[in-house]
Structures are given as C-alpha cells and as structure tokens.
Design a protein around this ligand. Structure first.
Ligand code: ME8
Length: 512
C-alpha cells in the first residue's frame, strides 16, 4: 500500500531515576494529541514513547536505594506506564532501553559507523557532570561547575571510543540550512546554527568507569555512552536493523521528534550526525517545546513544588488537564503552571463556553421537539454564515495542527464555540417557539446548532477524548465511528434522531 498515509512521532525517553511530573506529561500529551489528530485524519500512526534506563545516573540512583539498576527501572517504568494510561495516552509502542531489541540496534549502529571508519579508540580527559551525563571542557565550566545545572563536575580521564563528529559539521550545516523546518521553533534553529558554526569536536561515545549500559561490540570493558544508546531508541523500536515487521521501512524517517528545549543539541547535532555516519536518512523535524515553571518558580525537588500529574487528574479530571496544558501556553514557549489559571480555564472555557453550549442546545431540542431532530428546511443567511465559518475553520485548524500550534488550534475551535453560542442569541429560538408559524424555522435552527455541537465534538476529540466521546453519545452517535477524515462536513446528523437533554460536561469549580 504505497499510497498509505503514515505518520511517525516520538517523545523523549524518560530517565527512570526520577518519577513522572508535569513536564514529562506535557511532552507525552502533546504527542498524543498529534497522534490522535493524525489518526482521525486517516493516517497510520506510529507513536513511540519509553524509558531511558542506562547510564551512571541511573546506576548511582539504584545503588543509593539498595537496588540493582534494573530493579529500579522495573519499578519506575510502571509509574510512567500507569500515568500514561490515566492520561489516556494512545502510544503504539513503549521502548525500554534495557530491552534486547534495543541493545541489538545500538550495537549494530555502532558497528556500522565503526566499519565506515568514523569511530576510533582514543583517550579522553575532561570534566563530567553526572546528573546531566555530559562532558564539558575546562572553558565551558562556570566556576568549576556544570554550565547547565550548576552542580560540581568531576575530572575524568579514560580510554574511550570517539565518534568523528567534526567530520560532519559542514554536512549538518548544509542540511539545517536547506531544510528550514528541520529544527523548530525558529529561535531554536538559530541557536543550533550558531553552535554548529562554532565547530564540532569529536565525541566520546563510550565509558569504562561503570558498567550499567550496552557493551561496545568486541570490547566489553566499555559501555556505550548513554546518549548514543538513548537516541537509537527511535529506530530500535521500529525494528532496525532486521525490520522483521517492516515498521522501519514503513515509518522511518520520523515525521517529528518532540522534545523539551533542554535536549535540543542531542537531537539536532548528535543524532543527525550519527545517522549521517550510518547512512540512515534524517528525521524530518525536531520540535523543542518550552519549560513549565510552577507558580512562577522553577520546579525542583528541593522547593517541593513538583507538580504531580496523578493528583491533578484526580482533582480536576483528565480532559481538563489535557486542555489546560495545551491551551495555556503556545507550544515552543515557556509557561507557568498555577492552580488559579487552571481553575479559571476550566470555569470559563470548559464549564461556561463549551458546557453551556451543549446543555443549552440539547435542553432546547428537548423542550421544543421532545428531543427529535427535524430537517433543516428553512434556511437563512445566518445559517449559511455559520456553516461557512465551520468549514473554513476546519482547514485552518488542520494547518495549525500540522505546525504543532496546539494553542492556536484550540483557540480556533473555541471561536467556533463562540460562533455557535452567538448563533443561539442571534436566532433567538425562545422567540421562534412562541410563534406557531415558525416551527420549521425553529427546527432548522435546532438542527444547525446540534450540527455545530457535533463538529466541535469531533474537533476537540484529539485534545479531550472523553469529552469528544461524550458529545458523540449525547448525539446518538457511536464515538468509535466518528473520524474527522469522513465526518468533517456539514449536515451529517440524521433528522429523526432523538437527542436527550445532556447533563453538564464540566462542573464549575469553586476557586479555593
Ligand atoms: O532528558 N517543563 O530524560 P528526562 C517541560 N532521557 N518539560 C519538561 C520539564 C519541564 N519543567 N521537565 C522535563 C532525558 N520535561 C533523556 C532523553 S531522548 C533520546 C533521551 C520534559 O527524564 C522535556 O520533554 O530528563 C524534557 O526533554 C524531558 O522531560 C526530559 O526527560
């Protein structure tokens, strides 16, 4: 099936030395919305997430707890998986770097690059930041500490395999220049361009000082550097190198790696040069989103302000959290999480605008027609205007989704919610109901209104799957059969359908 529409997207794989927080949930959620949207548009989607389990940081954390690294990983991985379930994440696959399929792929890509002459054995001496799993040169350090996290670094001298990254500087620059969408948003692209222009050094890609990792093929004194290992997850999950199920051939190159801004360099310098050296095509796009602060402060264990997603979901409901995280901040910029902003969004956008639209519309249909839809046979200009607005906006939203502009897409959907609410005010069904001659007109208004509700339900489904399904059920439709690709046209509700008055979708929350 060569004309099949395919889409492959990935989250970073999360370290298992930390339990999941709102930042991890954000990246995974954004990918989920995109995956659901693309599926609804008729794409075959491969949506990958997983855990990064090797490296010194995980080894140290495990020893501190009296566990083996794998015991620690087995325990923490469950926390990630249960959170993804609770958050309604629809991933296709979950890769763990401790899996055999992954080990095989990492060793193979190492072997390929070595055979092509771009890996050599040398000696390494530099400053290492264990929490960041990153080497720094003397000049990089800030007062002797890691320039990223500010923590102390250790001087390490060891025999190491090196990747000839310097050789790929020009090729990488040419690629970034020729593909303006490769790194997004644009500000991030500029940051990487200037970094690469300053020059690339060869990269140490093995360690001998600890053992929790994948052995270098043919020299198991060395384990492979955790970032070389971790980045390879994006192809190991697809079945590289043997590709028994054909997923690598079907889905690679990846459409988008979604990551946080903190790990941009690994994804736009290291990963592409590894791939170039191995002769594997590069991903189409790397999109780096911003970071969340909490009530104006950096999230940190020491401040005890780490936002725990399970608690939020229990308190406010999964769709409210999904909505808030993607609506509040433009994807790509930093944002601040606060309970008051969350409560405000729930009350104004969800309970008031959307919730009221659905309850008013179904309540009026129930009151005026005992819930039975009639045909829309008495059309006026405002009906056509409403329909045109909806049809036009469906295209706009599609472009916004393609650009991962989730907050804009939600704004566009809410313009439709407002347009439908305004349609009620302008057509004044309560006045029509008083006039016996206006029965057909009233039926037409009701039909259009519920059709607007149907389309809004369809458009919000990737963001709020439970609410979208509730709206389908309210309208007497089977949620599983409702897909944008077939149902994004106006006028698909069947006259004669009976629709009951809906219970409120979102209860109002009293600010604390
Ligand atoms: O970096 N705001 O894993 P990690 C927004 N294992 N997003 C945040 C965030 C915040 N405050 N804090 C974390 C790693 N994130 C590597 C990745 S990929 C081959 C290997 C998100 O557990 C953000 O997406 O430290 C960031 O990139 C990711 O969590 C890092 O997770």
């Amino acid at each position: 099936m060569s004309d099949e529409k395919r889409f492959y997207l990935t989250t970073p794989i999360y370290y298992v030395n930390d339990v999941p927080h709102i930042g991890h949930a954000y990246t995974t959620l954004a990918c989920d919305v995109m995956a659901r949207y693309k599926r609804a548009r008729g794409y075959q989607v491969y949506f990958l997430t997983g855990t990064d389990e090797h490296g010194q940081k995980v080894e140290k954390a495990a020893h501190a707890k009296g566990e083996t690294p794998l015991e620690l990983a087995d325990r923490v991985v469950k926390r990630f998986q249960s959170l993804w379930e609770k958050l309604n994440i629809s991933n296709t696959d979950f890769i763990r770097t401790s899996q055999e399929r992954h080990k095989l792929a990492v060793q193979e890509i190492f072997r390929i690059i070595e055979a092509r002459g771009d890996i050599y054995l040398g000696e390494y001496e530099d400053w290492y930041c264990t929490p960041c799993e990153t080497f720094w040169t003397e000049t990089n350090l800030l007062d002797g500490n890691c320039p990223d996290c500010g923590r102390p670094t250790d001087k390490l001298k060891e025999e190491s395999y090196f990747f000839r990254m310097s050789k790929y500087q020009e090729q990488l620059l040419a690629h970034i220049e020729a593909n303006p969408d490769f790194i997004q948003p644009k500000s991030r692209r500029n940051e990487i361009l200037s970094f690469v222009r300053e020059g690339l050094r060869d990269l140490s890609i093995s360690r001998t000082t600890f053992s929790w990792g994948i052995p270098v093929p043919g020299n198991d004194k060395h384990v492979i550097y955790v970032w070389f290992d971790a980045l390879t997850n994006y192809i190991s999950a697809l079945g590289f190198p043997h590709d028994n199920d054909g997923n690598f051939a079907r889905f690679w190159p990846c459409d988008v790696h979604v990551i946080g801004k903190d790990i941009l360099r690994f994804h736009t310098v290291y990963w592409p040069t590894f791939l170039m050296a191995a002769g594997i095509p590069l991903p189409d796009k790397v999109f780096a989103h911003g970071w969340w602060t909490v009530e104006g402060q950096k999230m940190s264990k020491s401040l005890a302000n780490v936002v725990e997603p399970n608690m939020l979901i229990d308190k406010y409901g999964v769709d409210a959290i999904r909505y808030f995280l993607l609506r509040e901040v433009p994807f790509g910029l930093d944002g601040d999480f606060s309970h008051s902003a969350l409560v405000h969004r729930i009350n104004s956008d969800l309970a008031n605008d959307l919730g009221n639209l659905v309850s008013r519309s179904t309540a009026m249909l129930s009151k005026y027609f005992q819930g039975e839809l009639t045909t829309a046979c008495k059309k006026e200009t405002i009906d056509q205007d409403l329909q045109d607005k909806f049809m036009q906006q469906v295209g706009v939203i599609d472009e916004q989704m393609d650009a991962l502009a989730f907050n804009k897409a939600l704004q566009s959907i809410w313009e439709l919610v407002s347009a439908a609410n305004k349609y009620i005010d302008d057509s004044a069904p309560w006045a029509l109901a008083k006039d016996e001659d206006q029965g057909e007109r009233l039926g037409t208004v009701m039909y259009n209104l519920l059709e607007a509700v149907r389309l809004i339900g369809l458009l919000i489904t990737p963001f709020m799957p439970e609410t979208g399904a509730s709206i389908s059920r309210i309208l007497g439709l089977d949620p599983d059969s409702q897909q944008l690709v077939e149902h994004d046209r106006w006028g698909l509700l069947q006259p004669g359908t009976t629709i009951e008055k809906a219970a409120p979708l979102f209860p109002r929350i009293e600010p604390e």
